[in-house]
Write a protein that binds this ligand. Sequence first.
Ligand code: AMP
Length: 559
Amino acid sequence: MITFEEIGIEERLVKAVADLGYVNPTAIQEKAIPVLLSGTKDFIGLAQTGTGKTAAFGLPLLHLIDAAARHPQALVVCPTRELCLQIVSELELFKKYMTSVHVLAVYGGSSIGMQIRDLKRGVQIVVATPGRLIDLIERKAINLEQIEYVVLDEADEMLNMGFQDDIEFILKNTPKRESTWLFSATMPPEIRRVSKRYMKDPVEVTVGQVNTANKNIDHQYYITSAQHRYETLKRLIDFNPGMYGIIFTRTKADAQEIAEKLTREGYDIDALHGDLTQAQRDKVMGDFRERTLQLLIATDVAARGIDVKDITHVINFELPDDIEVYTHRSGRTGRAGNTGICMSIVHSREIGRLRQIERIVKAPFHKLEIPAGKDVCRKQFFHFMDRLLQADISHGFYESYLPMLEEKFAEVSKEEVLKRMAALEFDRFLKYYENAEDLNVRERQREVRERVPGGREYGNRGAGGREYGRGREQYGNNGGDYTRLFVNLGTKDGFYKASFLQFILDMSELRKDVLGRIDMKEMNSWIEVDRHAANQMIRAIDGKKYKGRNIRMNDANSR
Ligand code: AMP
């Protein structure tokens, strides 16, 4: 077996790893270190956490940097604050005999002022999370001009968390970069793309088994109609009483509206979207982390980079526009060896998109029935009873009340006490779900609907069912019956397709189901809208102002 001396790292490092009790290099260290010591080679290491990859890049970095120069020479980018701190503490151990080398962790959620001060003191190795690093770059508080080595650690996690653009930005802003070392547990196509674009003939090393998909996530979907999405969401939450989850919507209006509605109905939920100030955002995230909130509802942009441990469920209130975003969303659960569930509420027309996503995720999707009202009640009931049995009474606080309780309940049987407790907790659920309708869209219904000409979707709303978006027109199953509208807004107004979509839906208070194809040009756009909804959209938008300019919207065919 090869030793650390034989592998070529300098003496002070050999001594430090010996102090740590490392006898021989691990597989990734043995394969990576000799390549990385050349200092000019790009490298891809496919290795999981726990294989010793921190030392695999950390030892060569410490070996290569010029300790006499006091500017940042190496940059390690990693997805989370925890990992950032962990890497720094390992590097500190390795550099035990290299006192003039300084390593600094920069990550979000702690004082940026302090980090800027520490940077000024002169550090050679910076370990950073992408968001905070970009912040520092934009404030011109960090000089990447002389960075020679960039390490991307847990690259797949960073992409899952939506940091792709940030990583590209960082790579573009390190002009003197000689080596890029990328470590990842999986090799999704996005990583291949990054490596093709930013690395030169990388040496690729694989250690152990490389997962193509996160096997810890169970992907489930539930088919319902557009007008039952909200009710379905509620039912999924109620059916999973231990849920600690994130719900994703496409628009911030949806995120806000659903959060408000669920809060009114007694759920511990808050929304995260682009309209919040940093302080509001921190408050929501703090409440969610501390579990004061059971649920967080967010748009993709707002959820970018959030890293919360032990998320049990991710719910797609709607599938994302961009199917690749699905992996970012589902990746919020099933982390660090835990299992997780990603649920998608879909319309029958979206099955095709679901199949495309299935191919990207490389895992099978399971179709599940939306639970019936009585199933929800049963689940809640047993959950409550389990909690009752598990309640901690070891502290003895209630001993002094016992005589009084015994007297008060002298005439009441144990069965009756249990029933009364159940009534207190469950009457709300029982009443609500008493006449609950079946929210599943079943094959037979779909067939019938498809035979109805111009088939507008029908609901099977029962007497007890609540409505969502009452007063709004909703046109789910359009069957291609669209009116083409012209609008004098385009990419020149700063819109992308997604932001434009959100803008017109927010203005017109319509749901995205009414939309067909959108054709955006620089100055003007053409939008297909369900013919029943077209007038509502024109009324809401035509004549309004955008950045001081009058918006014109009309039927494209009547111009
Ligand atoms: P990592 O994959 O970098 O998170 O490392 C996993 C664990 O393995 C850490 O606790 C390291 O301290 C330890 N470790 C790394 N390299 C070696 C080695 N060559 N011999 C023994 N333990 C090691």
